[in-house]
Design a protein around this ligand. Structure first.
Ligand code: EPU
Length: 421
């Protein structure tokens, strides 16, 4: 078992380089299934979720190797098992991203239905409905999605009931090799969707409209391999910036793109911080205590749900009361009770948390419950007076590359301890 132990209270200062985005890299790995040549994925972070996906591709028969430049070389030509077993999907729901690519390449796919998840029910019904519109026959038996399209998939018009990021990605990938035109309406506009569309286009796909709510894909006969580049992790960048601000510090994130974080940076300015940006960096400087600001999570370009917990941690020490509404996931407030253990004053009412800022948090033993909740606890620990011990840190290793090292480079006193059970 591992714990993260933090002696808090030091303002974070300095600059930190941001990794490639986990949520962009995962669909890019799935897209490798569509290529009839090897692909080289650049700027792939070393994270547990990435290993889960590479293990899945390797289990299917693909050749997968990491080089020492953070590049993944993937050749899916030897793959011959169009399946994703429960053990792999249950640890990471994004494994279901292989469904569309496997089905359109092999004419069949057997992918375990993901179970519930800590932050919400997270069904994949819209992925399945979309594939049915494209001609797939789908049955769910013994917890497995069994999809067949022996004559291949065809295009269709799919209107999503609600915005789904991986749903959009799954269907966009399937549509690249389907016959005819597919139109995805009410599609996700997240930068990770645009990154995937750019990658697929570089492989020969015909896609238009990504970054808007209507994406049109004309199916092609084949997709080539080649070099594919992952965008910067906007959630990781926001986490370090928010941590800096929460400690009254001055943090710069590099190798990133300020356009990825417009909603977050607007709120940070509203809270009274100074924001400086260049082509590939963002600097946030605290000017005394932050002011309380309200947020409402929304699909892109709204305020990202993946930064809600971190923003809440920051608001715990702001002046005034901040209202934080979570509209994407029904259960994404598990960090609240842990933050309260550290002295935060938070009242929960359904989908809204009222966070009344306190002068200072105090270190305490707390438990990580999901990926972004864990990040908020690390931030709170760094800002708090005294010692914070975070258990169940495996959640954080799913999505933050070398977090202790990066936090230490900004002046945090943070270590990982290996504890015998
Ligand atoms: N939904 C359905 N049916 C579906 C699909 C989604 O009801 O078929 C609902 C979900 O239950 C949720 C909402 O639609 O209430 C939006 O979910 P979405 O499908 O967009 O989420 P996702 O694609 O499973 C991705 C990210 C999440 C991020 C969300 C929202 C990846 C691998 N994951 O999940 O990232 O929170 O979009 O932006 O891209 C994280 O990194 O910590 C994380 C959870």
């Amino acid at each position: 078992m591992e714990n993260i132990v933090i002696q808090g209270g030091t303002p974070l200062k300095g600059s930190v380089e941001i990794s490639g985005a986990k949520n962009a890299a995962l669909p890019l790995l799935a897209a490798a299934i569509l290529a009839d040549e090897p692909v080289i994925l650049h700027r792939i972070p070393h994270l547990n979720d990435i290993s889960t996906m590479t293990n899945l591709l390797a289990w299917q028969g693909a050749e997968v190797t990491y080089d020492d430049q953070n590049c993944l070389h993937i050749d899916t030509r030897p793959a011959n098992k169009p399946e994703a077993p429960y053990d792999m999907v249950k640890t990471m729901r994004a494994s279901s991203l292989v469904l569309g690519p496997l089905l359109v390449r092999f004419g069949e796919a057997k992918v375990s239905l993901p179970g519930g998840c800590a932050i919400g029910a997270r069904p994949i019904d819209m992925h399945l409905k979309g594939l049915e519109i494209m001609g797939a026959e789908i049955e769910v038996e013994h917890g497995m999605v069994i999809a067949k399209a022996p004559k291949g998939l065809h295009g269709g018009r799919i209107v999503f009931d609600m915005v789904t990021v991986t749903g959009t990605e799954n269907l966009m990938m399937a549509a690249t090799l389907a016959k005819g035109e597919t139109v995805l309406e009410n599609a996700a506009r997240e930068p990770e969707v645009v990154n995937l569309a750019d990658a697929l286009r570089s492989m020969g796909a015909q896609i238009e409209g990504d970054g808007t709510a209507c994406i049109t894909i004309q199916g092609v006969d084949r997709l080539a391999g080649g070099d594919i580049y992952t965008i910067s992790d906007r959630i990781e960048a926001a986490t370090y910036l928010a941590a800096g601000l929460m400690t009254g510090g001055d943090v710069t994130v590099t190798n990133t793109d300020p356009h990825l974080l417009e909603a977050f940076l607007a709120r940070v300015k509203e809270a009274g911080a100074t924001v400086e940006t260049g082509d590939d960096y963002i600097r946030c400087i605290a000017n005394g205590r932050l002011q309380a600001v309200n947020i409402h999570t929304m699909p892109h370009p709204g305020f990202p749900t993946d930064i809600q917990a971190q923003f809440m941690a920051m608001m715990c020490v702001a002046e005034g009361t901040s209202l934080i509404s979570e509209t994407i996931f029904e259960n994404r407030f598990m960090h609240v009770q842990e933050l309260v253990r550290m002295g935060a004053d938070i009242q929960l009412d359904g989908h809204t948390a009222a966070v009344k800022g306190v002068a200072r948090l105090s270190g305490a033993p707390v438990m990580a419950t999901d990926l972004r909740a864990s990040a908020s606890l690390v931030m709170a620990g760094v800002a708090a007076e005294g010692e914070t011990v975070i258990s169940r840190v495996y959640h954080i290793d799913r999505g933050y590359e070398r977090i202790e090292e990066k936090m230490r480079s900004l002046g945090a006193n943070i270590e990982r301890h290996y504890v015998q059970k």
